[in-house]
Design a protein. Structure first.
Length: 153
């Protein structure tokens, strides 16, 4: 499983589950997840910045957490199951962990939906294959640009 960990003023503040699906077994592993995040944090805590976010992968063996990625502690970084306001109010006394609750499963949007094609484009494809539709879509765009240029004249 993958988790996002937030560091501010060189203190590990909180941990968020990255996958927005409910897994009942994760709730029994909270202490292990926090322990592994703290262990990994001690290995990377001398990072040049005082504030950052790191993503950690924990394999089934739960022997150690693996560093996947580092990001800025900034609004452009996904705060996971926390809000930025919550994160910025934390003092770092205790590490808080947030996992998807059973009652919250299904509330979040489709995973990776930001990389999907807009619905109006899918509807305009009328069931054609990707290549055929791409060729036609490009032709429609060219005609639209040509019409816009002729309207300007």
């Amino acid at each position: 499983m993958e988790f996002r960990c937030f560091v501010r003023h060189r203190k590990l503040l909180c941990i968020s589950q990255r996958d927005r699906h409910y897994y009942s077994f994760l709730h029994d592993l909270k202490d292990d997840i926090i322990r592994l995040a703290k262990q990994l944090f001690t290995q990377i805590q001398d990072f040049e910045s005082e504030n950052w976010v790191f993503d950690m992968y924990i394999p089934r063996t739960r022997i150690r957490g693996h560093l996947i990625d580092m990001n800025p502690l900034a609004p452009r970084t996904d705060p996971g199951l926390f809000s930025w306001d919550e994160i910025l109010r934390m003092k770092g006394e205790d590490v808080e962990i947030r996992l998807v609750k059973e009652e919250d499963s299904g509330i979040s949007g489709i995973e990776f939906s930001a990389q999907r094609v807009p619905l109006d484009i899918v509807e305009a494809s009328q069931g054609r294959g990707v290549v055929d539709f791409a060729v036609e879509w490009e032709e429609m765009l060219r005609k639209g640009v040509a019409n816009a240029e002729s309207d300007d004249d």
